[in-house]
Design a protein around this ligand. Structure first.
Ligand code: ADE
Ligand code: ZN
Length: 324
């Protein structure tokens, strides 16, 4: 089974590139950029990764990315993720980046974008991994700030497939960003949003009805609303589920209690993803191994979720067909 999970062709749809910053690279970049970290060792960093909820993670996540300063730093970060992805037979990946987390510290959008995008292009050459970039708005910031970020992204439209919504969910409903998402769709972007990770099923409804999303990121709390579950099944709106993340952020008490198998068997378009692999203890193959072991998933279950992932990408129907 382990070899099967390692080798099966995969598509990843929910990975925050800044969340793939491993502690080793954090130290390398801190040294390169003359930044002092509040940790003495890699082990000390890992020991700090004990979260009570989403916010306690986000505080460390935003602090950690302070070491990312130059175009080369963003390139190295992205390249390291792509090397791991290639080793796990990820054939296509759609990665999130958080420009406001960098522009707010004086790093230009252009620097962030150029570093990440160059690595994606090189990975297509070197590993044959195809990819898309998704710009996420930080929902704890204002709708005006999101709108300004969207305007900044318009010159890069050809290299960004979609916009998304992440960061602190509770108290920041999708409705706050309706105008921004209207504008993004007018400009030709697809849309996605984190919803139903910590937030209620109503946030999932809002993401669908007000933001016009093609996929829901996380979405595991949909189970609390039977009408919503019915709708997600009928419309086959994909959920990008991140099991290790959900355990680390205490959305479920243990992997045995995760609802991914239940959702899959009910007929939802469930996919498996890593979210912030450096912070949550593993990349996509580790997520598969842990849900398989805890929930007793069959090879057929795994195959169905991998097929769902390719189906849920922003690739054209012909490109999907070629990959499935
Ligand atoms: N940003 C990075 N990871 C996130 C998550 N799991 N939820 C919301 N925002 C995030
Ligand atoms: Zn996420």
């Amino acid at each position: 089974m382990d070899t099967f999970l390692q080798e099966i062709p995969k598509a990843e749809l929910h990975i925050h590139i800044e969340g793939s910053l491993e502690p080793e690279m954090m130290f390398t970049l801190a040294k390169r950029n003359g930044i002092e970290l509040p940790y003495k060792s890699v082990q000390e960093v890992r020991d700090a990764y004990n979260f009570q909820n989403l916010q306690s993670f986000l505080d460390l996540y935003y602090a950690g990315m302070g070491v990312l300063q130059t175009q080369q730093d963003f390139y190295d970060l992205t390249w390291a993720y792509l090397q791991t992805a290639a080793a796990e037979n990820v054939q296509h990946t759609e990665i999130f980046f958080d420009p406001q987390a960098h522009t707010s510290r004086g790093i230009e959008f252009e620097i962030v974008h150029a570093g990440i995008y160059q690595a994606l292009q090189d990975a297509q050459e070197e590993f044959g991994i195809s990819s898309y970039l998704i710009l996420c708005f930080l929902r704890h910031l204002s709708a005006e700030s999101a709108m300004a970020t969207l305007e900044q992204a318009l010159p890069y439209k050809d290299t960004i497939v979609a916009v998304g919504l992440d960061s602190s969910e509770m108290g920041n409903p999708p409705s706050k960003f309706k105008r921004v998402f209207d504008r993004a769709r007018e400009a030709g972007f697809y849309t996605v949003a984190h919803a139903g990770e910590e937030g209620p099923p109503d946030y999932i409804w809002e993401a669908i009805k007000l933001l016009g999303v093609s996929r829901i990121d996380h979405g595991v709390r949909c189970i609390e609303d039977s009408q919503l579950v019915k709708y997600l099944i009928e419309q086959q709106i994909p959920l990008t589920v991140c099991p290790l993340s959900n355990i680390k952020l205490c959305v479920f008490d243990s992997m045995e209690k995760h609802n991914i198998k239940q959702l899959l068997h009910m007929g939802l378009c469930v996919t498996v993803n890593s979210d912030d692999p450096s912070y949550f203890g593993g990349y996509i193959a580790e997520n598969l191994q842990q849900i398989q072991a805890a929930l007793g998933l069959s090879q057929q279950d795994i195959y169905q979720m991998m097929k769902n992932s390719f189906q849920a990408t922003f690739l054209s129907p012909e490109e999907k067909q070629a990959k499935i």
